[in-house]
Design a protein around this ligand. Structure first.
Ligand code: FA5
Length: 337
């Protein structure tokens, strides 16, 4: 009987030690199976009673049952302890410090090209121009032929392009093909601006991209003169660059205008009074009017094609055009308003 009691006490002591070490619900469950389960150590011990002499059995049975009850009670306490601990941990982990400053929401912004395009088209809309768009994949017919640049004409060298399906389908090299498309589909008076992407087979540098935007302008009506062109572009320059801007027209050559000019500006912010060319323009060539179905004896008009990135570069002091489409957030974030 003494030996039995000693064994049960040893078993109980070991079980209590292990119970203290069980630090999570799974370990507690394993412990229960080991000691109190149907094949657990105490159940096995109770089964072993039958091997004892009959007179020793009641005391041995009582001692074993007491041990079992103590272990069950201890397991119950441990379970409550573990539950409390895990609750405390969860509360600590998820504690909300309402005094912390909030996280700033991530804000998107407009691309500098979009900002300047809106400024340009907005100005012309207030003068009564309509905004229209045209296809970037264009026909040779509109990109060249209808603009008085027939196959083999040396002026084609000014617009080396990327072909989609040579020789007829190409990526447009300028927005000027929309001059012909617009005139073909409407009668005068015409006043449109055409923002859009252009593509050229071009070596990239600080002022040249192979993909860039242009904004075409076209005004055709009876009695439109070069003075209208000059007045319109000078007003545009003052709108974008302020009243201190100086403007300059010089002769230039484009097969689809006669006479042709380039338009440069100078502002006090530009180094050494430098002049910068921002667009090509001119009076629409009579042949271009005639090809599109307008009578050149009756109608005259002017057209221009400007580079919005170049204008944004001047306005915002951007030194390299390649920054526009490099997708570098450090550049783009500077335009968040
Ligand atoms: C033309 O593309 C003519 N279609 C403009 C025109 C329209 C003249 C109507 C007369 C009447 P040009 O190749 O110069 O011309 O381009 C016009 C403007 O587009 C340039 O002043 C420049 O601002 C911009 N541009 C031209 N090539 C590039 C390029 N590779 N990268 C960035 N901007 C460019």
């Amino acid at each position: 009987m003494e030996e039995w009691r000693t064994n049960v006490e040893a078993l109980q002591a070991r079980a209590l030690d292990e119970l203290r070490a069980a630090s999570e619900p799974e370990a507690l469950e394993r412990w229960r199976v080991t000691y109190l389960g149907r094949r657990g150590a105490l159940t096995e011990a109770l089964r072993g009673l039958s091997a004892l002499p009959v007179e020793a059995r009641p005391a041995a049975g009582q001692a074993t049952n007491e041990a079992k009850r103590r272990l069950e009670a201890a397991a119950g306490r441990r379970e409550v302890e573990l539950r409390d601990q895990s609750l405390t941990r969860a509360i600590d982990d998820e504690r909300l410090d309402v005094s912390l400053p909030g996280r700033p929401p991530v804000r998107g912004g407009l691309h500098p090209t979009t900002i300047i395009l809106r400024e340009i088209t907005g100005f012309f809309q207030r003068l009564g121009y309509q905004v229209v768009e045209g296809p970037e994949v264009e026909l040779d017919h509109y990109n060249f032929e209808m603009l008085n640049i027939p196959a083999g004409h040396p002026a084609r060298d000014m617009f080396d392009t990327l072909y989609v399906a040579p020789p007829e389908v190409l990526m447009r090299t300028h927005t000027s093909p929309m001059q012909a498309r617009v005139m073909e589909s409407t009668r005068p008076p015409v006043r449109v601006v055409v923002p859009g992407r252009c593509y050229r087979y071009e070596a990239q540098d600080a002022t040249h991209e192979w993909m860039f935007y242009q904004v075409e302008g076209l005004a055709v009506d009876e009695g439109i003169t070069m003075a209208d062109l000059k007045g319109t572009l000078a007003a545009f320059a003052r709108h974008v660059f302020g009243s201190r801007v100086k403007t300059r027209f010089r002769c230039d050559y484009f097969p689809f205008v006669e006479p042709g000019v380039d338009f440069s500006i100078s502002t006090p912010d530009l180094r050494d009074g430098a002049w910068l060319e921002i667009l090509g323009a001119g009076m629409v060539h009579p042949r271009v009017l005639r090809m599109a179905g307008y009578e050149p004896d009756r109608y005259t008009g002017f057209a221009f094609g400007m580079g919005p990135e170049r204008i944004a570069m001047l306005k915002y002091g951007i030194s390299d055009i390649r920054l526009f489409y490099g997708n570098d957030l450090r550049f783009l974030e500077q335009f968040l308003s």
